[in-house]
Design a protein around this ligand. Structure first.
Ligand SMILES: Nc1ncnc2c1ncn2[C@@H]1O[C@H](COP(=O)(O)OP(=O)(O)O)[C@@H](O)[C@H]1O
Ligand code: SF4
Ligand SMILES: [Mg+2]
Length: 316
């Protein structure tokens, strides 16, 4: 159990006419204060659904919470009223999305948006707060940026402004879903350095979501790997990199040139994740797995290993 965020047996489905999409299937996961938990997995594996389910940002319908708990600082977010959730969003949990443009209001200056975040929570915004926040996200010339509209900023500046908004009310958990995927590659490191710095300065727990396990391997304290709506492996990032248990994690790592160099034996991933309207019986990775055995016809559960690691696999 973590004092910050504890998710237990969470399932989230999307209701669709052609069948429900079981995007998150009985996920249990913790994020601790002061750590970055990296959430990895190919596109379509349910990472964004899980990340956005935490602050209850998924529109219902089509999304539906089909079971489980999301306990943030001791309160189950699933049972809260919309007013209570509104208070927790921003003040307790900050969110950074992939596309900084859509996260900002085009008709308000950056400074006005930060002030609005305070007034939405009926909190005073003391003089100097806007400039202070903008310099905390390493935006030079904070006064000019505060007066600027989103379209007047570069992509990197916009994402820094979004991060300033996300931390404005002093949250304890920051959820960043592919925060650098829409940015030029030269800007990505700076944004990740910034998130890392804020984690340390503010003691934040950070849930960093990416399809790129290479990026997470450099930034996360612990790694969680998601496949077909399920968590298949969790552990300290260094240990997972040095010796992943799950064949899927190994497949993801094998696609990284630097990490696979000299190992040669990691099999690369062929095929596609399954259709989550109709997840396969047994282990969801079986059709792609080089280590499948007859026992894999029964779905493996996430079992604890030594060193704070866990894996869901019959033949790790
Ligand atoms: N609004 C939605 N309605 C129906 N299905 C959705 C919706 N959003 C996502 N999905 C489906 O849920 C699954 C998980 O998607 P997502 O959480 O975006 O995965 P990831 O972030 O890992 O790429 C996919 O099959 C996707 O098509
Ligand atoms: S449970 Fe079986 S099929 Fe699934 S990953 Fe492990 S070995 Fe492969
Ligand atoms: Mg996503």
């Amino acid at each position: 159990m973590s004092d910050l965020l504890t998710i237990r047996s969470l399932s989230v489905h999307y209701r669709r006419r052609d069948g429900d999409v079981k995007a998150v299937r009985s996920v249990s996961l913790d994020v601790r204060a002061g750590e970055t938990l990296g959430l990895a997995g190919e596109s379509g594996c349910g990472k964004s659904t899980l990340a956005m389910a935490i602050p209850r940002l998924l529109p219902q319908p089509p999304a539906e919470y089909a079971g489980g708990k999301i306990v943030f600082e001791g309160r189950d977010l699933i049972s809260l009223s919309s007013e209570e959730l509104r208070q927790i969003r921003g003040a307790g949990i900050g969110v950074v999305f992939q596309d900084p443009f859509s996260a900002l209001n085009p008709v308000l200056t950056v400074g006005e948006q930060i002030k609005e975040a305070f007034s939405a929570h009926v909190r005073p915004c003391p003089p100097g707060t806007v400039e202070d926040l903008l310099s905390r996200v390493r935006l030079p010339d904070a006064v000019r940026i505060a007066r600027g509209y989103p379209h007047q900023l570069s992509g990197g500046q916009r994402q820094r402004a979004v991060i300033a908004l996300a931390i404005a009310l002093g949250p304890r958990l920051l959820i960043a879903d592919e925060p650098t995927t829409a940015l030029d590659v030269t800007l990505q490191g700076g944004i990740l350095d910034l998130l890392d710095g804020l984690k340390k300065e503010m003691g934040l727990g950070v849930l960093l979501v990416s399809h790129n396990i290479g990026l997470l391997s450099e930034r996360a304290d612990r790694l969680a790997v998601m496949y077909a709506g399920e968590i298949v492996e969790v552990g300290p990032a260094g240990q997972v990199l040095a010796g992943a248990f799950h064949p899927y994690t190994r497949g993801l790592l094998a696609s990284l040139p630097r990490l696979s160099a000299g190992r040669g034996k990691l099999p690369t991933l062929a095929g596609q994740p399954p259709d989550l309207r109709n997840p396969p019986e047994g282990c969801a990775f079986r059709a792609r797995c080089p280590r499948a055995i007859p026992a894999c016809g029964v779905s493996p559960s996430l079992g604890a290993k030594e060193g704070g690691r866990s894996v869901a696999c019959h033949n790790p």
